[in-house]
Design a protein around this ligand. Structure first.
Ligand SMILES: Cc1cc2nc3c(=O)[nH]c(=O)nc-3n(C[C@H](O)[C@H](O)[C@H](O)COP(=O)(O)OP(=O)(O)OC[C@H]3O[C@@H](n4cnc5c(N)ncnc54)[C@H](O)[C@@H]3O)c2cc1C
Length: 341
């Protein structure tokens, strides 16, 4: 099958890979600056947010999640996932963003001024688009940090927590010591699961939000949630998990495991584009802090990918400003067709 762009498809000024809040902000700002923009996502609009726990609440207030100068009205001090999904969809509608959903970008060829973006749709069919410039805003939520222990591949193990209801009356282990693990443990316990939290550190991480920490610590203190600290899971089988604890090995009966040990950007994808990673600095990609252009001319980076493995540095609340930086640079350079002829 041909990988050529459809004859009718004109070359866009900019293609943004990743239609999360950051990618949307980049598309909006570039569009407002007068450029034609294509936004491509492997899933739905705001695919990562869609896969967050169904009843999650954001840590930040609505105005810090706003993009494109569109107000985010919410009756809640901290909005939930559904509200955010509604909001970002409305913003996409308002700006009439050209979003290509369910197209996974597999590789990019060409160079500054004429990139070809090769994607596949849900059925594995190849599609190509052309753009003069690229923004990579692919986030970090697609690649979990694996434990690499026996049994991790079992269907009872998940690296994503979604809903508490399937786990009523069951023994569930949650691995991790940050917000996601604490929130999942509490949610599961409140919906009738028998929960054990296992964390390799001596206590929950200092980044756990101040309103979550006393709740989880008190549940553990009261014995309502079993807590194993300075402990790791070393084996998972169909019916149990084995922990290495300071007091020796413990085998616990178990039906489900949530390994909530964080995620990482798709470094292979960045390297395949030619983006250099700084191995001595948490694999941060080479990126001009003023323009956000990477070491590859014409390829910009936006959102969490900029901070490499430090996924707790850039959030929606600060990544949403990357679009303006990139649009400013696009304006400063003449990226019209004539400039490349
Ligand atoms: C449970 C949870 C709660 C959070 N709460 C907050 C909060 O309260 N406030 C806050 O500011 N931040 C919060 N964050 C962090 C925030 O959600 C992320 O920082 C944010 O989503 C990053 O936005 P992004 O657009 O850079 O990436 P993402 O939202 O992850 O978007 C990246 C997009 O790229 C797409 N993609 C990836 N690879 C490809 C490919 N090869 N081809 C095509 N598309 C691709 C993905 O499908 C995805 O839609 C939270 C995160 C989690 C997990």
């Amino acid at each position: 099958m041909s990988e050529q762009p459809a004859p009718s498809e004109a070359i866009a000024d900019l293609a943004v890979i990743g239609a999360g809040p950051t990618g949307m902000a980049c598309a909006i700002e570039a569009q407002r600056a007068g450029f034609t923009v294509l936004l491509i996502d492997k899933g739905c609009l705001c695919n990562s947010l869609f896969h967050y726990p169904s009843n999650m609440t954001f840590f930040t207030t609505p105005e810090l999640l706003e993009i494109g100068d569109i107000p985010f009205p919410s009756p809640n001090q901290k909005p939930g996932r559904d509200e955010a999904l509604e909001y970002y969809r409305k913003v996409a509608e308002h700006y009439e963003l050209d979003v290509r959903q369910y197209e996974t970008v597999e590789r990019v060829t060409g160079s500054d001024g004429d990139f070809s973006i090769h994607t596949v749709d849900r059925f594995g069919r190849p599609i190509s688009h052309r753009a003069r410039k690229l923004v990579i805003a692919t986030g970090y939520y697609d690649l979990p940090n694996y434990l690499n222990i026996p049994g991790e591949e079992l269907s009872k193990v998940s690296h994503y927590y979604n809903d508490p209801h399937p786990y009523y009356g069951l023994d569930v282990v949650v691995i991790g010591g940050k917000n996601s693990a604490a929130i999942a443990a509490l949610d599961l316990w409140r919906h009738g699961a028998r929960v054990t939290l296992v964390h390799r550190g001596p206590e929950l991480h200092r980044h756990v939000k101040y309103w979550i920490l006393p709740d989880i610590n008190n549940r553990i203190k009261n014995g309502e949630i079993a807590g194993y600290f300075s402990s790791i899971v070393i084996r998972i089988t169909e019916d149990d998990v084995t922990l290495a604890t300071p007091d020796g090995e413990r085998i616990l009966p178990n039906q489900f495991v949530f390994a909530l040990t964080g995620y990482q950007p798709d470094f292979k994808f960045l390297e395949a584009l030619g983006v250099r990673l700084d191995e001595a600095n948490d694999r941060c990609p080479a990126c001009d802090p003023d323009t956000l252009e990477s070491n590859v001319p014409g390829i910009y980076l936006a959102g969490v990918v900029i901070a490499g493995e430090r996924t707790n540095e850039i959030f929606i609340e600060n990544g949403r400003f990357h679009g303006k930086q990139i649009a400013t640079d696009l304006l400063a350079r003449n990226i019209s067709a004539a400039a490349f002829d």
